[in-house]
Write a protein that binds this ligand. Structure first.
Ligand code: MV4
Length: 449
């Protein structure tokens, strides 16, 4: 059992984790940067330690300072949230070395999923469908040409150390391949410090659908169904829903089983997400596994009634899963809208500053997870997302109606936000029909206000 948990994060997710700890009777330790002295997560926690200046590299990523705070405060565990240190196997290992439980999977699981080419091969061997591609990195142009002709054009060149689309390049034919390879390798090198790239067949206009899994430390693994995450821009998700309008109960069962296999293949324990691409015929292919709690976890919580952050903590405490697969049933429909401090008139550039007034929406089926309050400051150093609106209804139509009402009720003064964009998404006919794909925003021209 733990008594005290350090939350190695900031913003809405730090607040979310503090609330889960409190519900479990655990005391909480926040960390903060000099730019976050007055942040909500600092006020919510029982104790707080400053770990460095504003820039993340010197504070929320500063392992020596974070470990000093953890040791000084005498915590039993660290929850890393998402981003920052959440998928650094090295950090999970340091926690272990100091006798502090990392609330997440074991370092070896993080590491195996961290190399995207190796992960692809690992899950493929476990029977999870993948797109045609190379089993490992390709280095020379000759190697790439040979592989691409075997796979069939168009191909995607992807960074092995990557994820999130960085270093990704399309080659539509042999003539494009040489240049794309060079660009992808150099982008991968500068973004991740590794030039390793692999090839995969390009799937056009896919849906991005991910499966939430929970695994305990005794080898039990269950899935909690999917989230549809196709509405994104430049690999930043903007709207997510559970369940997906494109997934039938049969497909859900197949994808769930595949996700469980992927998790089991790396001895996974804790909460994780297996990402898939899905084509128009319901074929699905493994993309990567995220070994952390995700921003969009609340839509799964809404439709399953499972508190994922609480489960993460209980799993890390060594408790067996309290849910069997048959216990997981899905009720209604949920949609999440990421509320970003961005200026729609300046190409959605970050718009940090002081929020002079914040009025969160309320009512049945409305959840507002935020790291901000009236008078709080959004520093320029971090991700512009400062809140999430999650709506839940008996069906997708009711969820959409509740979203409209809630977004209209939300008041944010002092900074620019993307709220008007979300209202345009809700008004879009194809969105209403559930006709989504990863190019939805461009296809529907939703950025030209
Ligand atoms: C793909 C793909 C099409 N075909 N792989 C983008 C981020 C990285 N996780 C993988 N990504 C993609 N991989 C093949 N073989 C299309 C994407 C992709 C994408 C995936 C998920 C969500 C949004 C996306 C936007 C553009 C491209």
């Amino acid at each position: 059992m733990f008594e005290k948990v350090l939350i190695a994060n900031r913003g809405e997710i730090a607040c979310r984790i503090i609330r889960a700890c409190r519900e479990l009777g655990l005391s909480t330790v926040a960390i903060y940067s000099e730019a976050d002295r007055d942040a909500l997560h600092v006020r919510l926690a029982d104790e707080a330690y400053c770990v460095g200046p504003g820039p993340s590299a010197r504070s929320y990523l500063n392992i020596p300072n974070i470990m000093s705070a953890a040791i000084l405060a005498g915590v039993d565990a660290i929850h890393p949230g998402y981003g920052y240190l959440s998928e650094q196997a090295h950090f999970a290992e340091i926690c272990e070395t100091h006798g502090i439980k990392f609330i997440g999977p074991a370092p070896h699981s993080i590491e195996q999923m961290g190399d995207k080419a190796a992960a692809r091969e690992t899950v493929r061997k476990a029977g999870v469908p993948v797109l045609p591609g190379t089993p490992g990195p390709v280095s020379t142009e000759e190697e790439a040409v040979e592989a691409a002709e075997e796979i069939g054009f168009p191909v995607l060149i992807k960074a092995a150390a990557g994820g999130g689309g960085k270093g990704m390049r399309i080659a539509r034919d042999r003539a494009e391949l040489g240049k794309a390879l060079v660009l992808s390798r150099s982008e991968a090198e500068s973004a991740f410090g590794s030039p390793h790239v692999y090839l995969e067949k390009l799937l056009e206009q896919p849906r991005h659908i991910e499966i939430q899994v929970l695994a305990d430390e005794f080898g039990n693994v269950i899935h909690l169904g999917e989230r549809e995450c196709s509405i994104q821009r430049r690999h930043q998700k903007l709207v997510e829903e559970a369940l997906s309008p494109a997934v039938t109960p049969t497909l859900r069962e197949k994808m769930g089983e595949a996700a469980i296999r992927a998790a089991a293949a790396v001895g996974y324990a804790n909460a994780g997400t297996v990402e898939f691409l899905v084509d128009g015929s319901g074929n699905f292919y493994f993309l990567e596994m995220n070994t952390r709690i995700q921003v969009e976890h609340p839509v799964t919580e809404a439709v399953t009634g499972v508190d994922l952050v609480k489960e993460q903590i209980l799993i890390a405490m060594g408790k067996p899963l309290a849910w069997r697969q048959e216990d997981i049933v899905w009720r209604g429909h949920a949609i999440e809208f990421r509320i970003n401090a961005e200026d729609p008139e300046r190409n959605f550039m970050p718009s940090p500053g002081r929020i002079t007034l914040l009025h969160p929406p309320g009512g049945p089926g409305v959840r507002f997870d935020s790291g901000a309050y009236s008078g709080s400051v959004i520093p320029p150093f971090y991700d512009p997302m400062f809140a999430k609106l999650i709506v839940h209804g008996k069906d997708r139509g009711e969820a959409i109606a509740r979203a409209r009402a809630a977004l209209r009720e939300l008041v944010v003064e002092g900074i620019k936000t993307n709220v008007a964009f979300h209202l345009r998404v809700l008004d879009d006919e194809e969105f209403q029909q559930g006709r989504l794909s990863t190019d939805f925003i461009e296809r529907r021209r939703l950025l030209s206000a």
